[in-house]
Design a binder for this molecule. Structure first.
Ligand code: PGA
Ligand code: ZN
Length: 419
């Protein structure tokens, strides 16, 4: 039983308003939910509800808070709810638009995650174990993908690619993976300072060196992995999120000072995959450029994971269609892209059913919430990205993973497969 739902405005890691929901259960226990927020969003993501107007540049959430107080709290307080599916269905029905244009995906995700926590508590399970039971999966500690260099619209530099990530595949525990990541991050700080002088950081805590040369960055990354004492390509892999929507003008892609056709960009990826220990390419092309995605899977799918973010937006239907069309080998999963935890579970089940791998992801605007860490463990997908080894809202996720490992020594650290 739910006796109350209260929403308040907090600030996210970019200083933008977002939602914190507190759900009070019949036994008096309080469960929390938070809404993260993306900047490089896919066209078909569920819609956030924002106030508009002059305050906070239009990003206020007082309307979303009013929706919780006026619509959702009465709905949930008066119902008899036995499972999360029913609540998430009710949220979708109350909204009625199919993409949360009325009540807001920020409202939906904060309420839905608070409810998920309430059901896990009712079933007396840790959140990750409850998620694994819902999905019928074997919980696994995911290989963390640390976003250590930021570009695209997450940084004020000239790098077209949004994220350069390192993944300690050679670790045998989460604690070791985190230590390896932190040591690489420190080595990278030294490398970048000696080459660029002062280096700031981007939205996800990765460094934002003043360059537009992705090859140079990949070279520095390899050096930093070695400086930290690890073997690139053996103990540590590199992953890229191009977020190609951000450098596509409808016809061509602007990379390192030059416009390239999709074919030329694919050749560029081929070179990079040959020359550097890259194991995963996320959003290598614009979400509308499906023939380019297909060509990418055909040409590189045997060597790297081709990971769809903006093209799938955590939507089970799009993931199924994408698998049929052969446009990707993996799907990125972000609960707030689709709205509810139940829909996120559907996306995960669908990916598994159609043979796509999956990576759980944070957003560039984050809170201290660690729901996605439990989701990554419970879904057993083996992959998570949650930013750099710096900034509280990023390390909160990694700290939660090491805590889960401490409490559950029976959990295994995942192995990655690129195809
Ligand atoms: P976003 O970026 O949260 O700004 O969308 C993350 C990503 O593109 O993976
Ligand atoms: Zn992405």
């Amino acid at each position: 039983r739910i006796t109350g739902i209260d929403a308040e405005q907090i600030l996210d890691s970019r200083g933008h308003p977002t939602l914190h929901v507190e759900l009070t259960a019949g036994d008096g226990a309080v469960h929390h939910g938070f809404a993260p927020s993306g900047a490089s969003t896919g066209e078909h993501e569920a819609r956030e509800l924002r106030d508009g107007g002059p305050e906070y540049g239009g990003l206020g959430v007082t309307n979303a808070i009013a929706v919780v107080a006026g619509k959702i709290e009465p709905l949930l307080r008066h119902g008899q709810w036995t499972c999360l599916d029913d609540i998430d269905d009710a949220l979708q029905r109350t909204d009625g638009t199919g993409h949360f244009a009325r009540i807001g995906s920020n409202t939906a995700v904060a309420v839905s995650t608070a409810c998920a926590r309430a059901f896990a508590a009712r079933d007396e399970l840790p959140l990750h174990a409850w998620i694994a039971a819902r999905l019928g999966t074997t919980p696994t500690l995911p290989v963390p993908h640390f976003n250590v260099v930021n570009g695209g619209i997450h940084a004020a530099n000239g790098l077209a690619f949004q994220e350069f990530l390192v993944a300690p595949t050679g670790a045998s525990t989460m604690a070791e993976a985190v230590r390896m990541g932190a040591e690489i991050y420190a080595a990278l700080a030294g490398q970048l300072r000696s080459r660029f002088g002062t280096v700031g950081v981007g939205d996800e805590g990765g460094f934002a060196p003043d360059t537009d040369d992705e090859r140079q960055i990949l070279g520095v990354l390899v050096r930093s992995i070695e400086d930290a004492g690890f073997t690139p390509g053996h103990e540590v892999q590199i992953a890229l999120d191009s977020a190609a929507n951000g450098f596509y003008d409808g016809r061509a892609y602007r990379l390192h000072g030059r416009w390239r056709t999709a074919d030329q960009l694919l050749d560029r990826y081929d070179e990079l995959v040959r020359d550097f220990p890259i194991w995963s390419l996320e959003d290598p092309f614009d979400e509308s450029d499906r023939p380019a995605w297909r060509a990418c899977v055909d040409q590189l799918g045997g060597r790297v994971q081709v990971l769809g973010d903006d093209i799938f937006v955590t939507d089970a239907r799009r993931i199924r269609q994408g698998a049929q069309d052969g446009i990707a080998t993996a799907a990125l999963i972000k609960p707030n892209q689709i709205g509810t935890v139940t829909q996120t579970f559907e996306a995960l089940r669908t990916a598994r059913e159609v043979g796509l791998a999956a990576m759980i992801s944070h957003r560039s605007g984050e809170t201290l919430d660690t729901f996605i860490a439990d989701l990554a463990v419970g879904a057993g997908v083996g992959q998570l990205k949650a930013g750099a080894l710096a900034r509280g809202e990023r390390v909160a996720k990694y700290n939660r993973l090491t805590r889960i490992e401490e409490l559950h020594p029976e959990l295994r650290y995942a192995e990655l497969r690129s195809s």
